[in-house]
Ligand binder design. Structure first.
Ligand SMILES: NC(=O)C1=CN([C@@H]2O[C@H](COP(=O)(O)OP(=O)(O)OC[C@H]3O[C@@H](n4cnc5c(N)ncnc54)[C@H](O)[C@@H]3O)[C@@H](O)[C@H]2O)C=CC1
Ligand SMILES: O=C(O)[C@@H]1CCC=N1
Length: 270
């Protein structure tokens, strides 16, 4: 598949997807085009570095692409879609990755019958370890849905879900890398306090998160069982876990997902 892929907004998430697609050989640099604000030099350089092109002309992105990712900040979506509306054709499949922007919001700003997918990826797509979901609009065909799954699935796992799940997904796996980076920093800080060199601490913390994730995915065992396997009676893990529970880490982490979901819903009310 050598799809012509465009990004309306060539920022951090668009770059992660584009680099992920190129790494997987899904398309080639000359088939990718991204738009950005004229002053966004980083974006222009990044896409040039991929052998792709960058422009400040959103309509050009739509005219040159089969699949058009909508990847501007949520408050820009309506403006950008209304701007490109006159050049949208039957060849375009739109895939929005924007937090809190519903299929109905997207369809409202595009010509009737436009094929629209709403997706939520995350930045580990850059290294082929993304976690994405997508949900399809009214005009989307089985082939379009397969295209979305193929693209997102090439850079990690991809599940089709009902639209009502996209906000909690945004809060869990969309934002989740940020929570995990905070945890990696905190784990390393604790070890540095105990005398460990910082580089080694970050490496051990990151590999521990990676390894624990793999164990959950590959054994299919409940996380509580895997936790028990680490926790010896009167051992160090039991002491560490007791401290985490005293600090209400469980409530803090699940509360973060609730707070982020609420923020997505606020965006929809705007
Ligand atoms: N960063 C992340 O981890 C994730 C972000 N998203 C979604 O992706 C979208 C983009 O987020 P980021 O990449 O983090 O933001 P970003 O700020 O890195 O990228 C936004 C891009 O839009 C460009 N832009 C601004 N005005 C424009 C205009 N009028 N026309 C065309 N391009 C314009 C900017 O130059 C920039 O390249 C958001 O809607 C966000 O909800 C979704 C999943 C994860
Ligand atoms: O924070 C945000 O708005 C976006 C949505 C998911 C990750 N970043």
């Amino acid at each position: 598949m050598s799809l012509k892929i465009g990004f309306l907004g060539g920022g951090k998430m668009a770059q992660a997807l584009a680099k992920g697609f190129l790494a997987k050989g899904l398309t080639s640099g000359e088939n990718i085009v991204a738009s950005a604000a004229p002053q966004d030099k980083q974006c222009f350089e990044a896409f040039k570095g991929m052998g792709a092109s960058a422009t400040s002309d959103n309509s050009l992105v739509v005219k040159q692409s089969q699949v058009v990712f909508v990847s501007v900040k949520p408050d820009m979506v309506s403006t950008v879609l209304q701007q490109v509306k006159p050049v949208v054709s039957k060849d375009n499949l739109f895939i929005s990755i924007c937090m809190g922007i519903s299929i109905a919001d997207l369809e409202k700003d595009l010509p009737p019958g436009t094929r629209v997918v709403r997706a939520m990826p995350n930045t580990p797509a850059l290294v082929g370890r993304g976690a994405s979901v997508f949900t399809c609009g009214h005009a989307v065909s089985a082939d379009d849905s397969a295209t979305a799954e193929k693209l997102l699935g090439a850079v990690g796992i991809a599940h089709q879900v009902q639209e009502k799940l996209v906000d909690p997904v945004t809060a869990l796996s969309g934002s989740g890398p940020a929570y995990v980076f905070l945890v990696i920093e905190a784990l390393a800080d604790g070890a540095v306090k105990e005398g460990m060199p910082r580089d080694l601490a970050y490496q051990l913390a990151a590999q521990t998160v990676l390894g624990a994730g793999h164990l959950v995915m590959e054994t299919g065992q409940h996380p509580a069982k895997l936790r028990d396997d680490v926790t010896s009676p009167a051992g160090s893990t039991a002491a560490g876990l007791a401290h985490l529970e005293k600090c209400a880490v469980r409530a803090a982490v699940s509360g973060a997902v609730e707070a982020a979901t609420k923020r997505c819903k606020e965006m929809q009310k705007k």
